[in-house]
Design a protein around this ligand. Structure first.
Ligand code: B1M
Length: 213
């Protein structure tokens, strides 16, 4: 039987080799890849964050754990991507300026693609103007902002302002998520169109914003 608690622990410990082997084993045993993400990999990264906050680990350990998580995600990616024949729309996504976290954003991207959207990934540390340029170039219906740092708040607000003040105003909807922002801040203060707590909610909210039900 697949040892999923051991998988969680391997990610927390930054033991990439074991984590990858345990994911492979779980998949061979028929465990649902999305269940692996939601019930083991994401809680593992949350545990890493808690340890960092308690000063039990420091940036290098956090980095090593993140690499293990990324390796597991790379392995699962082809398994949950279902090729859509027709795109439901284009989403331009990136992590806001000053923020280098990309694991959550990559997960959101993966789920959006597997749900039928075309996703243009701008990476991390993305300036506001780049979101506007790329959304124009790709005729995007949605811009997705990810923000993990609470110090990123002003960048989220600035990015939303820049997009809303550009010729994209009224043409593109903005959705934001990430541990650095709250629903209240996103929907009431910074003027974005939607907040999503996680990747699955992100897909649901985008469908709603585009009137896809
Ligand atoms: Co950093 N980090 N980190 N970090 N890091 C956090 C975010 C932190 C909460 C840790 C802590 O203190 N407990 C803390 C922020 C505190 C704060 O702002 N209040 C923190 C800090 C302080 C820092 C540094 C400043 C540390 C330092 O240098 N002293 C530094 C900042 C660098 C920078 O960005 N300029 C830093 C660096 C790093 C690493 C590079 C080591 C690494 C990132 C590697 C990488 O991303 N490639 C890292 C990591 C791994 C974390 C934690 C442990 C894990 C983040 C993660 O990947 N979670 C994190 C603690 C935590 O979050 N528990 C922490 C798993 C991921 C799947 O979840 O990204 O939340 P998440 O995404 C979720 C949802 O939020 C949502 O859906 C996703 C999945 O369902 N979501 C969206 C995200 N984006 C969305 C967009 C959407 C919709 C939903 O629509 C567009």
């Amino acid at each position: 039987m697949a040892n999923l608690e051991a998988l969680k622990q391997a990610v927390i410990d930054g033991n990439k080799k074991d984590a990858v082997a345990l994911v492979q084993h779980a998949v061979q045993e028929g465990v649902d890849p999305e269940r692996l993400f939601n019930q083991y990999l994401i809680p593992a990264m949350n545990a890493v964050g808690d340890k960092f906050q308690r000063k039990e680990i420091f940036v290098p350990e956090m980095m090593i754990a993140a690499r293990s998580m990324q390796a597991c995600m790379d392995l699962l990616k082809p398994l949950i991507r279902k090729e859509a024949t027709v795109s439901l729309g284009t989403v331009v996504i990136g992590t806001v300026f000053g923020d280098l976290h990309d694991i959550g954003k990559n997960l959101v991207k993966l789920l959006m693609e597997s749900s039928g959207f075309t996703v243009v990934d701008l990476g991390e540390n993305v300036p506001a103007s780049k979101f506007v340029e790329e959304a124009k170039a790709h005729n995007a219906a949605i811009i997705g902002l990810s923000s993990l740092l609470t110090t990123g708040d002003p960048h989220v607000e600035q990015t939303v302002k820049t997009i809303k003040g550009s010729e994209l105003a009224g043409k593109v909807k903005i959705i934001c998520g990430g541990a650095g922002v709250t629903k209240k801040f996103i929907e009431e203060k910074c003027g974005a169109d939607a907040y999503a707590e996680n990747a699955a909610e992100g897909v649901k909210k985008i469908r709603k914003l585009l009137g896809l039900g």
